[in-house]
Design a protein around this ligand. Structure first.
Ligand code: ATP
Length: 367
């Protein structure tokens, strides 16, 4: 038996809240998602009210878990700092190591007709992949550094909420953005202005963020971060075709998307899905990049193709899309990312492959 959204709302409408009414009539339920027996939502209350909502959350958890067809219930209670309907406001303090800053993000987006430009930002490039682990984040950080080394003013927004890795890859682990109560001061590394959505969330919170919450969070990341004047803002997306991609393309004027794939067939099938999604969202796909292309044995110089080779170029040709370049499979590339200094910040053949990619984008007017 499956549980419907309507049935969940009906149950939530039975749960009284302090101050009168119930969870539904008091309009406290946000981002409700009901999928395959998993119910997720956010209880959004005014600051003061949130403290008294613990029992309400517990009651909702109990009541929903008892319904036939419900496998799992995930609820997060949040409190905005401004009354609902007012412009979203960010509050922050400098956090200690490990603790997320107390930024109140992820509430409903402010009404906006359609995709809007981000003040001071000339271009927004979305870096996507169909599949996880193909090296999208590695490519984004290195490309950002390579572009910065060529004199471009570059920003990087880590919107990979399910596995934000940019702080580590750029050597920013433990650093927290600050805010003056209105605008967030981003971080800086290797000549790149950096902001990560992951730094704003409590652990585990991301999983319940769907649709409107994500949209609000992204909107804040785009419009309430002091990006300054940028030639290009790279957005590191989560893998796949989900709410973040949708929200970004609906809220921001994205100049184009770059799709990263390994040469394997299975990754390419997913890449095709990602391309199809950007097409539907009317975001031009600027081209494809092949990662983990060639492996050169550091001992004997033998060249091997662990995941095949040329598959992405062939796919790009078949789809009539530009092939933007290839990045080799290289141990130092991984180690430097883990150590927080992207390999593109140095010299050598791998840094050069990122430099070539950066040049290609600059020459094509894409960055
Ligand atoms: N060309 C490469 N050579 C060697 N290691 C690589 C290469 N590209 C990526 N890696 C390594 O593979 C792992 C996955 O890369 P990365 O996190 O960039 O992938 P991703 O596509 O962003 O993954 P996810 O979408 O799951 O976050 C990392 O440990 C990274 O260092």
């Amino acid at each position: 038996m499956t549980i419907s959204r309507e049935r969940v709302l009906e149950e939530l409408a039975r749960i009284a809240v302090p101050g009168g009414g119930n969870l539904v009539s008091a309009d406290l339920v946000r981002a409700l998602s009901v999928e395959s027996g998993v119910v997720r939502f956010v209880i959004e209350a005014a600051d003061a009210a949130a403290r008294s909502l613990g029992p309400v959350e517990a009651e909702a958890q109990r009541a929903l878990s008892a319904l036939p067809g419900v496998e799992k219930v995930q609820i997060v209670t949040t409190a905005p700092t401004v009354p609902r309907g007012a412009a979203p406001q960010v509050t922050a303090r400098s956090g200690g190591e490990g603790a997320p800053p107390s930024l109140k993000i992820g509430r409903h987006p402010t009404p906006q007709a359609g995709p809007a430009p981000v003040s001071g930002v000339a271009r927004i490039l979305a870096i996507g992949s169909g599949k996880g682990g193909v090296g999208k984040s590695t490519l984004t950080s290195n490309l950002a550094v390579a572009l910065a080394r060529k004199g471009r003013r570059v920003g990087l927004l880590d919107a990979d909420i399910y596995g934000p890795s940019q702080p580590r890859m750029l050597g920013l682990t433990g650093q927290r953005p600050t805010s003056d109560g209105q605008m967030i001061e981003p971080l800086h590394a290797h000549g790149v202005t950096v902001m990560s959505l992951g730094l704003m969330m409590k652990e585990g919170e991301a999983v319940v963020w769907r649709g409107p919450m994500l949209m609000g969070a992204l909107q804040q990341m785009l419009n309430q971060v002091k990006w300054g004047e940028l030639d290009v803002l790279l957005v590191d997306l989560p893998p796949g075709t989900g709410d973040v991609q949708l929200s970004l393309c609906q809220k921001a004027q994205v100049s184009g998307a770059i799709i990263v794939s390994t040469p394997q067939d299975v990754a390419l099938i997913d890449a095709r899905r990602a391309i199809d999604m950007f097409d539907k969202l009317k975001t031009p796909v600027l081209g494809l990049v092949e990662n983990m292309s060639t492996y050169i044995c550091p001992n004997c110089g033998h060249e091997a193709h662990l995941f095949g080779h040329g598959g992405v170029a062939a796919e790009a040709a078949a789809l009539g899309l530009p092939f933007l370049g290839e990045i080799p499979l290289n141990l130092d590339l991984r180690l430097s990312g883990d150590a927080g200094t992207p390999i593109a910040a140095g010299d050598g053949p791998v840094a050069q492959s990122f430099a070539r990619l950066a040049e290609r984008l600059i020459d094509g007017g894409m960055a």
